[in-house]
Write a protein that binds this ligand. Structure first.
Ligand code: G1P
Length: 308
């Protein structure tokens, strides 16, 4: 029944303009903004590698050169650190270039997430593949992608990651109509809507930025007309796949994720993520956490008026 071809490749769309972080993102890709001292995009590539996907295709656009540089060797810098005997930093510099086999393709026109994924067609070929969106970071301790790959192995088709949110948040995401299966954390997807109005949402389960796609998605994307925001939406292509027979690469499943997700595409959540990561860093926590406690004590009450 299920196609047992292994999932080996990851596709990371990184062509967005990052307008929410201007002016920082005028000349720097938003994916390069650091979470403490590591660019957000490196966490995403580490997650793919951790799930066994060491072939990573990044779909980039203009002004994204620094992403390629980050995952490449930096000889001058390495030489300077070596000359200083700074092994620790030398290792940190090597880490990103040794991580995965990186490939790049340019999206050219900003025609949406579905279009970005379609740009991966030639590289991916006829294999199932994962898509990881850079704005969503999944805690390295929560093995979401591994679970999704497992579900793909059991059921075939495509697999999306779902999280339950408050009804007023649904309109910012793709939203799924779900049906229970024998497994508590796995659902069958019967419908998908990209960024529905709260009253039209089929459930409170939203799509978070991890997908395992059957290669049939490429043919479907080719025929998918622009949807929400005039863009070609991956959600719309998956909706079509949900209605297609398994023999044609159809069927979409969802994994309910109840772990830790960090939405770094949003300023407030980005700040929370940086603070959280700093507070858990062995080299920073001992000084940072007491400082933070004191800072909060002094700012007690700030912002309360805005809440009421
Ligand atoms: C994209 C998808 C959406 C999904 C979201 C997750 O939206 O289109 O379905 O819920 O990522 O972060 P974007 O945030 O790019 O607008």
């Amino acid at each position: 029944m299920a196609d047992i071809a292994p999932v080996l490749k990851a596709v990371v769309p990184a062509a967005g303009l990052g307008t929410r972080f201007l002016p920082a993102t005028k000349a720097t890709p938003k994916e390069m903004l650091p979470i403490v001292d590591k660019p957000a995009i490196q966490y995403v590539v580490e997650e793919a590698v951790d799930a066994g996907l060491s072939d990573v295709l990044m779909v980039t656009g203009r002004s994204k050169r620094s992403i390629e540089d980050h995952f490449d060797r930096a000889y001058e810098l390495e030489e300077a650190l070596r000359a200083k005997g700074d092994d620790e930093r030398l290792e940190a510099v090597h880490e990103s270039s040794d991580l995965a086999i990186m490939h790049y393709v340019r999206q050219g026109e900003p025609k949406g997430l579905g279009h970005a994924v379609h740009c991966a067609r030639q590289h991916v070929g006829r294999e199932p593949f994962a898509v990881l969106l850079g704005d969503d970071m999944i805690d390295a301790r929560d093995k979401l992608l591994q679970r999704m790959i497992e579900v793909r192995g059991q059921h075939g088709g495509s697999v999306i990651a779902l999280m339950e949110v408050e009804p007023d948040q649904v309109s910012a995401y793709g939203c799924a109509a779900i049906e229970a299966t024998d497994e508590e954390d796995v659902v069958r997807i019967s419908d998908l809507v990209e960024k529905p109005a709260a009253e039209e949402a089929p459930s409170n389960w939203i799509i978070i930025g991890r997908y395992v796609c059957d290669p049939a998605v490429f043919d479907v994307l080719e025929k998918t007309p622009p949807g929400r925001g005039g863009e070609i939406q991956l959600t719309d292509a998956l909706r079509t796949l949900a209605d297609m027979p398994a023999g044609q690469g159809g069927g979409v499943y969802g994994v309910k994720f109840r772990g830790r997700r960090y939405d770094t595409g949003n300023k407030l959540e980005y700040l929370r993520t940086v603070v959280q990561f700093a507070a858990e860093r062995p080299d920073l926590a001992a000084e940072f956490v007491p400082w933070l406690r004191e800072f909060v004590r002094q700012h007690d009450g700030v912002g309360d008026a805005a809440d009421s």
